[in-house]
Design a protein around this ligand. Structure first.
Ligand SMILES: [Zn+2]
Length: 127
């Protein structure tokens, strides 16, 4: 509930979907838009919270982001470090840090997104 209160303070909209808090708009959207292109995202999962630029992005990305929620449930607090380590490893070996990440490969296999972020205006989806 603290996250929902924070979303309200940020001027963002929020809703519960399948046990996950979805937050979009307000400062969340503005913050996403100001990130440098390699770090921009349409939607991002942080535990049981999904941040999105707007409701349409959340709608498109919901199934994919829920795969990341399940990954988070399996990995617990190690999820974010493991995700980042996998991206760093892929980048170090010359592979696409985002699309070659095994967490993303699983998420795309189970719930493909309509667009390919790595080739989409430099925008990328994380987690
Ligand atoms: Zn993903």
């Amino acid at each position: 509930m603290a996250a929902a209160t924070l979303a309200g303070v940020l001027g963002a909209r929020w809703q519960w979907r399948h046990g996950v808090l979805e937050v979009h708009g307000g400062l969340v959207a503005r913050w996403c838009g100001r990130l440098p292109p390699p770090c921009r995202f349409d939607a991002m999962t942080l535990g049981h919270v999904i941040l999105g630029i707007d409701g349409a992005c959340l709608e498109q990305a919901r199934a994919h982001e829920h795969v990341h929620v399940r990954q988070y449930e399996r990995w617990g607090p190690l999820f974010v470090p493991a995700y980042l380590a996998c991206s760093a490893w892929q980048w170090a070996r010359g592979a696409p840090a985002y699309r070659a990440n095994p967490f993303e490969r699983e998420a795309y296999r189970l719930a493909p997104l309509c667009h390919l972020p790595a080739a989409d205006n430099g925008r990328m989806k994380m987690e």
